[in-house]
Design a protein. Structure first.
Length: 202
């Protein structure tokens, strides 16, 4: 068995831009936050858009799943997700996750509809391999940090920093392929290995 997930990889240039935004955010929050706040920052090398978490997966399914998802990918066009704002889940006042993602206007546009359709098709395909559906739509946001303790103080610091009130210029994530990643849990964190990718229609 392997622990696996489906994802969209980031090109190196976009990863570098996100790392710079993350570093700026880290400096702003460290000035505002007390020692009661515990923030876990995601390593830039580990940032990706998770399309579907598969969990423990039988290795014998890896190749049949690639063939099935290749057929799914051929039915969907490549799309682009602009990364132009910083936000927080579940809400800015008490954040657990700080992310970079698209503006709200994008979420009502054509590419967002196409991304949702792709996600549903991937869910249906994975269901034929016995993988349970997520039960919620794909959220096209990239996690920068997780607030482990002191959410209220962190929320106040985010508000004071003003980073959520203005656009950020990071670039766009082009969704051109979906990769299968193997995840190995190590004492230093998760290590990801790409096993294969399937390309969407250009």
């Amino acid at each position: 068995m392997i622990r696996a997930f489906l994802a969209v990889e980031l090109p190196d240039e976009l990863r570098a831009q996100i790392a710079a935004v993350q570093q700026d955010l880290k400096q702003r929050l460290s000035r505002e936050c007390s020692r009661d706040v515990r923030i876990s920052w995601v390593q830039p090398a580990s940032i990706h858009l998770t399309v579907k978490f598969l969990g423990d997966t039988d290795e014998s399914l890896v190749e049949p799943m690639r063939a099935a998802l290749d057929r799914v990918a051929q039915g969907h066009r490549a799309m682009s997700i602009p990364l132009d704002r910083i936000g927080a889940f579940p809400r800015p006042q008490q954040p657990r996750i700080v992310w970079v993602g698209p503006a709200e206007a994008w979420e009502h546009g054509g590419d967002a509809v196409r991304l949702a359709a792709l996600h549903r098709a991937v869910e249906d395909c994975c269901g034929t391999f016995g993988v349970s559906p997520e039960g919620r739509p794909l959220s096209p946001h990239l996690t920068l940090a997780r607030i482990k303790e002191g959410e209220r103080v962190a929320g106040q610091a985010l508000t004071n920093s003003g980073v959520m009130d203005r656009p950020v210029s990071v670039g766009s994530l082009d969704v051109r392929s979906i990769v299968l990643m193997k995840s190995d849990l190590r004492p230093t964190g998760s290590v990801y290995t790409k096993l294969w990718d399937v390309r969407l229609r250009a």
